[in-house]
Design a protein around this ligand. Structure first.
Ligand SMILES: [Zn+2]
Length: 435
């Protein structure tokens, strides 16, 4: 690994951008699609190949790899003390015809951090661990983020193993088949801090022309089912006055949801993504519509306020359009604000690398959401060109990823040299933990 023109062993560890680029290219060949993307669904032969490669890459730098009973992999760069570890994590699985960077950029930036430390024979005070979570995407087994969710006590292992894909194949059997059903005692323990680098998957950094963002947290999500009931009539003989057109009321609701999203200001958003119109016939006035609303906001208060505002709009629309409207808020994922001390460390790391501090909320879910329930956590975003992701055109510049990896390296080292008492820093876990 070391070459003569490399800086001396005593200098600060540094990311090797060319090595990181080559590594990302190498992993992108596993499950490569003809359109330049990657199909590497969780626990398929392609996922096994990527996992095997990661195992070899970690063992090549003397980082032993542990696999837990959920298939989560953890490579360990042993620190000088037994203090709680710094965890760097993301995922190697993709959606169908996904991109080369979603998840992989985070795992491979973490691998580059460990390689950079080995280049200098640098032994941090705390161990630094690299985690590859099982089935982050949820593209094969639902729900998403099940490996991190189960490791942090949100789901039970038996329940996770019983999830099936569309062919009815159990997650647990697939873990066994590909050789990644490990030991419960190898589950990642609660560390000192958790860091995740991920591509942004949205256009904000690209619009700002900034390569790297500091993630403040993950937006909370509320899903609402709205049922509009009017009356189906013949589209010809029924005069315009007196119609009870459910779709016209639904159109008002679509506009209201958009207005609510705008009125609450960024990063809050509101979306109607699904309409089911009955009877959906060209010459019949729609009698009923079932539709969804998806609200996202950084606090639960804002989410509640968005739903309250929707209820008010819906009452007005029901009376104006002479229809009945039922609103059912059936699912909420609470917002997660990342740990202020971890964010401050990432800020310091940005300063050290010479990257401007740009703050950002994540509108998408990430494993860091569950990790943050049990330990101080933070995330670093890397610019997505055009904001495109979950498709073959997903693109992040290699220079941006290298900058993000440098921020990750500095943040990990700052945290790894922190000698604070772990017990005082720990959060209460949401469920049972295993070490
Ligand atoms: Zn991802």
């Amino acid at each position: 690994m070391a070459t003569d023109d490399m800086p001396g062993k005593n200098e600060h560890p540094a990311i090797d951008p060319a090595r990181l680029r080559d590594t990302i290219d190498q992993y992108a060949r596993i499950g490569a699609t003809t359109g330049g993307g990657v199909s590497r669904l969780a626990l398929t032969d392609e996922d096994r190949e990527a996992r095997d490669l990661l195992t070899r890459d970690l063992e090549a730098i003397d980082c032993p790899v542990l696999v837990d009973d959920l298939g989560n992999m953890r490579g360990i760069l042993q620190g000088a003390t037994a203090l709680g570890a710094i965890q760097i994590a993301s995922h190697l699985d993709t959606v169908i015809r996904g991109g080369r960077f979603d998840g992989a950029a985070g795992v491979l930036a973490g691998l580059e951090v460990l390689r950079a430390l080995r280049d200098r024979d640098s032994v941090p005070s705390r161990s630094i661990e690299l985690i590859n979570w099982t089935n982050e995407e949820g593209a094969r087994f639902e729900p998403a983020m099940i490996g991190s969710g189960t490791a942090t006590g949100v789901f039970e292992a038996d329940w996770m193993h019983a999830r099936t894909d569309r062919e009815g194949i159990r997650l647990g059997s697939e873990l066994e088949r590909i050789g990644y059903l490990g030991q419960q005692r190898h589950r990642p323990p609660i560390g000192r801090a958790y860091l995740e680098l991920h591509i942004e998957q949205g256009p904000v950094l690209d619009d700002l022309r900034k390569p790297v963002g500091i993630v403040q947290g993950i937006l909370g999500i509320t899903w609402v089912e709205i049922t509009v009931t009017g009356r189906s009539d013949h589209a010809g003989p029924t005069p315009m006055p007196g119609r009870r057109d459910a779709l016209v009321a639904a159109a008002d609701i679509v506009r209201a949801v958009r207005t609510i999203g705008e009125a609450h200001g960024a990063p809050s958003v509101g979306t109607v993504g699904r309409l089911d119109v009955q009877p959906n016939v060209v010459n019949t006035i729609p009698g009923s519509v079932r539709m969804s609303a998806d609200f996202r906001a950084p606090t639960l208060e804002l989410l509640d306020s968005m739903v309250d505002r929707l209820q008010g709009c819906v009452d007005d629309i029901a009376s104006t359009r002479d229809v009945e409207i039922a609103v059912d808020r059936f699912w909420t994922s609470t917002p997660v604000a990342f740990d202020s001390a971890v964010i401050a460390t990432i800020e310091q790391a940005c300063d050290a690398v010479g990257v401007e501090r740009i703050y950002h909320w994540s509108g998408a879910g990430h494993d860091a959401r569950y990790a943050a329930e049990v330990q101080p956590a933070g995330m670093i975003f890397v610019r997505s060109r055009g904001g495109v992701s979950h498709c073959e055109d997903e693109l992040s510049d290699e220079a941006d990823i290298a900058l993000g990896a440098s921020v990750l390296l500095h943040a990990a080292l700052l945290l790894a040299e922190d000698g604070a008492d772990d017990a005082a820093e720990r959060k209460q876990p949401g469920g049972s933990r295993h070490d």
